[in-house]
Design a binder for this molecule. Structure first.
Ligand SMILES: [Zn+2]
Length: 208
């Protein structure tokens, strides 16, 4: 367990590193960014339970937004949409009180800062950021072949989704080229069978 810091309301945010820390393949999985889209935490939990991959360095963040999860809100405890708070293409969007509020400046929120630090530290070759609930794998940016295979493995369509200003994946892709993509899970909770399917799809990425 690697502590990353505390949320605005003081909840701990941490990462789990598994597998081979010296591997050239470095995979980051973020289970939840928007607090009202928490289904990916089940995949993160399953991955964090191990076993770790022999041929990859796997980093799992269960939730970047524990305050939003506790409150059932998209934003963090400041009401900021963390997925509009990263530096790449950032622009001010809306105002406090709006669900897509970008924050006053890039990385104004501690949760975004922790994610940015982790991305700089890990320099992922693949970064998977779970959202809900468009039920699609984003094929607009990131590693095309990995996205295509992941979508086929989990049974979601590959779709070019809008890359919003200040998104975490857009920024990760400026730091670690063509690494990051969004997986939009279906609405609701994942069934145990679906959790297994998504976990296996990540394991294929970290596999030999
Ligand atoms: Zn989302």
């Amino acid at each position: 367990m690697v502590p990353l810091g505390r949320s605005v309301a003081g909840r701990p945010i941490s990462a789990v590193e598994l597998g081979n820390p010296r591997a050239g393949r470095r995979v980051l999985v973020v289970g939840c960014v928007h607090g009202d889209e928490p289904a990916g935490t089940a995949v993160a939990d399953a991955l964090a339970a191990g076993p770790g991959p022999a041929h990859a360095d796997l980093w799992v963040v269960r939730s970047l937004n524990p305050d939003g999860m506790a409150a059932g809100t998209r934003g963090n405890a400041h009401g900021v949409d963390l997925n509009r708070n990263f530096p790449a293409g950032w622009r001010r969007i809306d105002a406090p009180g709006s669900v897509h509020y970008s924050g006053a400046k890039p990385l104004s929120e501690p949760e975004s800062v922790y994610a940015a630090r982790l991305v700089r530290r890990v320099r992922p070759t693949v970064g998977i950021w779970f959202h809900q609930h468009l039920a699609a794998v984003d094929g607009s940016e990131g590693p095309k072949e990995v996205e295509r295979r992941f979508a086929a493995d989990v049974g979601l369509p590959l779709r070019a989704l809008t890359d919003h200003p200040g998104s975490a994946t857009g920024w990760e892709n400026t730091v670690a080229r063509d690494s990051a993509f969004v997986v939009e899970l279906p609405a609701g909770r994942l069934s145990p069978e679906a959790v297994r399917r998504y976990t296996e799809a990540v394991r294929r990425i970290t596999g030999p």
